[in-house]
Each structure stands twice: as structure tokens, then as C-alpha cells.
Design a protein around this ligand. Structure first.
Ligand SMILES: Nc1ncnc2c1ncn2[C@@H]1O[C@H](COP(=O)(O)OP(=O)(O)O)[C@@H](O)[C@H]1O
Ligand SMILES: CC(C)(COP(=O)(O)O)[C@@H](O)C(=O)NCCC(=O)O
Ligand SMILES: [K+]
Length: 244
């Protein structure tokens, strides 16, 4: 069995996979003392561990120590690549790209050869465009929704509000409404731009992943929800890797 791990800047998503069958899965905090909570079944049967991470080096090393203490199998970290299976990275230096973005694109490319957009609404929000030739056209990195609210709380002295994830985009009439409606309103603008770009670049399939994807879809993003897209791409990359 394989243990697949997507360790983001906030949450760690894991999946125990037996020849493509999901045996178990869970979510933890990437920097938690036990970042892989709930992993109890089949630990002895794990033959390999594959990790996609964008967390800090300190968090990555702590995760490696934690995994090595609990699991006897080798742990392999996978990073963004220049190309794979006809998918090509727009970055001149693919080492700069977050592994999660690359693996999400690998996961999408397998089933969406006519081109697609990936929206990953996580700690940060990333948007990536891939055309029908598998060419990554490039993408965008934005502050995540919680990051936006936190920046207002931390960096603006007189902004005090009750953070709430709302779907209302009408003008606010209190500080809390102005902030919470503002985040929804800006997210609506993001959704409109993605829709316009989808038409401009002829990319009809939009795949959404990340902890805030469901909220963006409720706000109007016309997308398929793929909560485990990064793990699906990681499974593809790990399957293609030569045994160590
Ligand atoms: N149970 C949860 N715990 C933490 N964040 C959550 C949860 N559910 C949804 N979220 C939202 O998901 C975002 C984190 O998404 P996620 O994709 O897990 O992040 P990352 O991959 O960057 O670690 C947070 O900004 C938060 O708004
Ligand atoms: C943009 C990200 C922080 C998103 O990560 P996440 O929000 O999922 O934790 C991550 O993809 C990253 O660290 N990227 C490196 C810079 C780049 O992709 O160009
Ligand atoms: K992520």
C-alpha cells in the first residue's frame, strides 16, 4: 500500500491507497505534532510514502521525522517538473513552482485533455491555465480568504470585525459586513475573471480544489469540485517514478 500526502501551508491531506483503491484518508495540520491523524489501519503494510508539500523546510523535516518514526517504508518527496505525459510547465525554472500546483495539473490533465483551469483555494489561492496541447499557459497566486481577513485584522488598527464566510456581495453597513461582504465581493470578481479567461483561452473545464473551493462554487464559480486533486496527481507521478 502507498501513503500519499499533500502537505499545504495550513492542512495536510493524506490517503492510504492500495493499487488505486482508497483504503483510508484524513486531514491534519501540516505543522501539528501529529500531522497525519487517524492513520492507524495498515501502517505495517505501507510499502512507500509519497509526499507533495509546499510547507516550510522546517515543517517538511518535522514531517519526515514523524513519518520515519512511524513507518518503515521509504519516504519520497515529489516537486514540480518541467513536463510529464504531454503536460509542459510554463515556468522557465520549474523548481520555483509549488509542488501542489504541478500535481493538481497532473491530476487534471489525465481526464481533461481538452484543456482546463485549476483553482486551488487554500492558504493562498492559485489559478492555473492549461490548453488542449497540455501547455501550461501560466497562472496566478493570490492571498487566500483567511489570509485576506487576517491581514486586515493584523495590519489595520481600527478594523475590528467578526470574521464570517458569507455569500452576500451587497455593500456592507458595518465593519464586519464591509469585510465579510468585501471578501465575497472580491471573490466574485475573481470568479468573473476566470469565466472571461475561460472563454478567451477556450478552456471549458474548471476544476476546483482546496479548503475554500466549496465556498467559491456556492458563490458562483462554475467548476467541478475535486477535493483530492493534488493527491490524484501525486499518485500519477509516484506511479511513474522508478522504484528507489
Ligand atoms: N476544517 C478546516 N480547517 C482549516 N481550514 C479550513 C477548514 N475547512 C475549510 N478551511 C479553509 O481552507 C483553507 C485551507 O485550505 P487547504 O486547501 O487545506 O490549505 P492548504 O492546502 O494551503 O494547506 C483555509 O483558509 C480555510 O479557510
Ligand atoms: C502558492 C502556494 C503557497 C499555494 O500553497 P497552499 O495555499 O496550497 O498552501 C504554493 O503553491 C507555493 O508555495 N508556490 C511556490 C511559488 C510558485 O508556485 O510560484
Ligand atoms: K493546497
Amino acid at each position: 500500500m502507498r501513503l500519499l500526502i499533500d502537505a499545504g501551508n495550513s492542512r495536510l491531506k493524506w490517503r492510504l491507497d492500495d493499487a488505486g483503491r482508497v483504503v483510508d484518508q484524513g486531514v491534519g495540520g501540516s505543522a501539528d505534532p501529529d500531522p497525519v491523524p487517524g492513520l492507524t489501519t495498515g501502517v505495517a503494510d505501507i510499502s512507500r510514502v509519497a509526499v507533495s508539500t509546499v510547507a516550510s523546510e522546517e515543517t517538511r523535516l518535522a514531517l519526515l521525522r514523524h513519518l520515519s518514526d512511524r513507518i518503515k517504508a521509504p519516504v519520497r518527496f515529489y516537486w514540480a517538473e518541467a513536463h510529464r505525459d504531454g503536460l509542459t510547465n510554463a515556468y522557465h525554472d520549474c523548481n520555483q513552482m509549488g509542488a501542489d500546483r504541478w500535481h493538481a495539473m497532473c491530476g487534471a490533465w489525465r481526464e481533461h485533455k481538452q484543456g482546463f483551469i485549476v483553482v486551488d483555494a487554500g492558504s493562498a489561492i492559485t489559478v492555473d491555465y492549461v490548453d488542449s496541447g497540455g501547455r501550461h499557459l501560466g497562472g496566478f497566486i493570490l492571498p487566500g480568504l483567511q489570509m485576506m481577513r487576517r491581514s486586515l485584522q493584523v495590519d489595520a488598527a481600527r478594523i475590528d470585525f467578526d470574521p464570517g464566510q458569507v455569500l452576500v456581495t451587497t455593500p456592507g453597513t458595518s465593519t464586519s459586513e464591509c469585510v465579510n461582504h468585501g471578501v465575497a465581493w472580491l471573490s466574485g470578481a475573481l470568479i468573473d475573471r476566470i469565466q472571461r479567461d475561460a472563454e478567451k483561452f477556450g478552456l471549458n473545464d474548471v476544476l476546483a480544489t482546496g479548503g475554500d473551493a466549496g465556498w467559491l462554487i456556492q458563490l458562483g464559480l462554475a467548476a467541478e469540485s475535486h477535493p483530492s486533486l493534488v493527491l490524484e496527481g501525486l499518485a500519477i507521478v509516484d506511479a511513474g517514478a522508478l522504484p528507489e
